[in-house]
Write a protein that binds this ligand. Structure first.
Ligand code: DGJ
Length: 731
């Protein structure tokens, strides 16, 4: 029976008329310096991905590669599987045609390769000869960084509209005996908690359906360890990927009966059937991925290098240290409060002051989170002199000035809500639910996009030199609906996300140099789609240094340290109640973009002196945090320590951060950290920063790189929340 089935199928396959180009096999390698993706158009025109991993010298050898599995088990590792044909798994593409049929069978038509310096773009055109649907797979290979960004263009070349039910960005086809999946989950003030599992057969899905704040509970990123039971830092094969999309996303990991893993990443099809009119084209967001033969460490370094060079707005630039007013003043301040905070920030050697929530709205003053959102005029009861006065004061003190906005939202208690009820996300005849006392503005509507653009633009005019905008977004969308879209509600989620990008594109054309932070109740919008326009993320509203160890470790697996805003705040911590030493708080914040978020007046003289010292020393090594390569030395998820280091590209300088998270008794003694990424033959002078007495016996002396990397480095960090920062410079 089995034999008969496959025979029948192959006879049928012969009967299909194929375009000339598909008559023989075509091997299409997509290559970076060390990795290779090999796609082969088979004789029947089906495009398969037969390899992703370390480079082979002659990829044409893959022309004859066979999976050896029977065709009644589906059509091998298809590069962009569509519903229909012989494909049995979760499709990347699912189209419903005007006649009600769901079958799409894509065959290879053509491809082209264009090199532009470091980036080589391969475009592969696939066509369905029956429905005239055309799909172009686009791969940008970043050679030096060993990263591939894949996206897909879908064109309806038929005569009638079609419905795109699934339209993934890209597909990874992996082949191993087992797969350990690492991904990130969490909630408010607890984002990016690392979680992992050995995949079993069938499909594991990681997704968001929240519209906004899409990454607060799951992040569109992952690492898959091949043939391993856990994520390993320095050994083993790891494939890491991330979707560049700030809307609903879906990642699926399907292990089929042949033990092959198909990873699909794309826009979440949830309530988002996309209608494509004849002649129209849809472009998916990018799926970014990398392969490492040396564990998670190299995978992260690849992604970070790509992010700094291409993926993050202003990546590689060093952003200023700052004092943010939120946890120090919340909604309760006057001009005087702000000026004194600016004085203190300047005195401590910080470089910017950021005025957070609470500065706006007159008729419904923003004195709490229940009013004022939408009314973006200065609240002169609080700041009678205006923003210009405060900003100029900061500038006179040598500080940059930043300000907070939350342009996508509206409080029912606001003039905006009364003037434009039709702009609110809503569903006719139903209550519009509130969350944090607010509603969401409908960014699928171009008029709302103009309004949101205008909020940013007008805020920038409040003072001549506004250097930084903190863009916040404090709720999710659940009860979705758009008056503007009328009967086309399926477009809402996609067009909302595209709406933000439209606004950001326009803003970036006008304000290329403004530093813009992407905040969404903390880490609710942490993705490479947003980072094309934003310089940094507010990693989490959780500023507790202990909890941050877990959040920052996991965030930095995928996203580079240069985007990770990290602030020193007061104790007991406002979110967790934890009390940690000020030094521990600084040492944690200094491993990202350092800021402070407290009332400096509440610090004692001794604490002020320590703050001055930590801020000064950060400026000596922060280029390493922003542009160096990360090496993780100990994971907080493994137990007692968290340690990491950043090494300059020329391996001349490095900074090491080490944190003790759990009391070590004296019998345990000092823990040896194996430094990494150094030149084994060079000697490095090692200096512990911000202490009078070093925790390491070797501080102040020069040591060979191989000594430091082979267990000689063992600072005594025994008490819970002991921490240390070491600066290394080659002699
Ligand atoms: C949530 C943000 O994450 C905080 O940092 C702060 O800006 C508040 N919103 C202000 O409402």
């Amino acid at each position: 029976m089995k034999l008969l089935n496959s025979l029948t199928l192959s006879l049928l396959a012969v009967a299909v008329v194929l375009p000339a180009a598909a008559a023989r096999k075509t091997v299409i390698p997509v290559e970076t310096e060390n990795t290779q993706l090999v796609l082969v158009a088979q004789e029947n025109g089906v495009l398969q991905t037969v390899h992703f991993g370390a480079k082979v010298s002659d990829p044409s050898a893959f022309a004859s590669f066979r999976t050896g599995r029977g065709t009644d088990n589906g059509e091998g590792p298809m590069s962009y599987p569509a519903t229909g044909g012989r494909y049995l798994g979760e499709p990347a593409l699912h189209v419903k045609y005007a006649d009600g049929y769901h079958n799409t069978e894509l065959v290879y038509a053509d491809h082209q390769v264009v090199a532009n310096g470091n980036v080589v773009t391969t475009k592969i055109l696939l066509k369905d000869p029956v429905t005239f649907l055309e799909v172009t797979l686009i791969f940008d290979a970043y050679r030096k960084e060993n990263v591939i960004c894949a996206h897909t263009g879908i064109r309806n070349s038929g005569k009638k509209a079609v419905q795109l039910l699934n339209y993934a960005s890209g597909v990874l086809n992996l082949d191993a005996d087992k797969y350990y999946l690492t991904h990130f989950h969490g909630g408010w003030a607890d984002e990016m908690q690392m979680e992992g599992e050995l995949l079993t057969h069938d499909t594991k899905v990681i997704e968001s359906r929240r519209g906004t704040q899409v990454t607060q509970c799951n992040n569109p990123s992952f690492l898959v360890s091949l043939d391993a039971d856990r994520l390993q830092e320095n050994v083993g094969e790891v494939v890491a990927g991330a979707l560049a999309w700030s809307g609903n996303f879906r990642l699926s990991f399907e292990m089929d009966e042949s033990n092959r893993l198909t990873v699909l990443a794309g826009i979440n099809p949830f309530a988002s059937t996309y209608e494509l009119a004849p002649g129209k084209f849809f472009t998916t967001p990018e799926f970014i991925y990398t392969y490492s033969g040396r564990g998670a460490g190299q995978a992260s370094r690849n992604l970070h290098a790509w992010a700094r060079n291409y993926g993050v707005y202003g990546g590689g630039q060093i952003n200023p240290t700052l004092l943010n007013s939120w946890e120090g003043a919340y909604f309760t301040f006057t001009t005087e409060t702000l000026l004194r905070m600016i004085d203190d920030a300047a005195a401590m050697g910080l470089e910017m002051f950021v005025l957070d929530d609470g500065w706006f709205a007159k008729d419904y003053p923003r004195n709490g989170d229940d009013a004022g959102l939408g009314d973006w005029e200065v609240n002169t009861a609080k700041i009678p002199e205006g923003i210009d006065y405060v900003a100029s004061y900061a500038h006179q003190k040598g500080l940059k000035f930043g300000i907070w906005i939350e342009p996508e939202m509206v409080n029912p208690r606001s003039n905006l809500a009364h003037a434009h009820p039709e702009w609110v996300v809503q569903s006719p005849g139903r209550e519009i639910y509130q969350s944090r006392n607010q509603w969401v503005l409908d960014l699928s509507n171009p008029a709302v996009q103009d309004f949101v653009y205008g909020i940013f633009d007008r805020t920038m005019q409040l003072a001549p030199n506004i250097d930084y905008i903190k863009w916040d977004c404090n709720r999710t969308v659940a009860d979705f609906g758009s008056k503007y879209l009328g009967s086309e509600q399926d477009r809402f989620f996609v067009e909302y996300a595209q709406g933000i990008y439209n606004v950001m594109r326009r803003l970036r054309a006008k304000y290329p140099d403004t530093i813009v932070q992407c905040c969404s109740s903390g880490g609710g919008r942490v993705d490479y789609g947003a980072l094309k326009y934003f310089n940094e993320i507010w990693t989490s509203d959780n500023t507790d240094a202990y909890t941050r160890a877990y959040i920052q470790y996991a965030t930095n697996l995928v996203y580079p340290a240069c985007v990770m805003a990290s602030h020193v705040s007061a104790v007991p911590n406002h979110q967790t109640g934890n009390v940690t030493p000020l030094k521990f708080r600084f040492d944690m914040a200094c491993s990202g973009r350092l800021g402070m978020e407290l009332q400096p007046r509440n610090l004692s003289e001794g604490e002020r002196a320590l703050a001055d010292r930590c801020i000064r020393s950060y400026r000596q090594y922060r280029d390493l945090v922003f542009t160096g390569d990360v090496y993780r030395l100990a994971s907080p998820y493994d137990g007692d320590y968290y340690a990491l280091m950043y090494v300059s590209q020329d391996q001349r300088r490095a900074v090491v951060f080490a944190y003790c998270l759990k009391y070590q008794n004296r019998a345990v003694g000092a823990h040896s950290f194996r430094l990494d990424g150094l030149d084994p033959a060079r000697k490095y002078r090692v200096t512990e920063l911000n202490v009078n007495r070093s925790s390491w016996w070797g501080s102040g002396e020069a040591h060979a790189g191989d000594f430091l990397m082979n267990g000689g480095f063992n600072p005594v960090l025994l008490k819970t929340f002991d921490s240390a920062v070491f600066y290394l410079e080659a002699d």
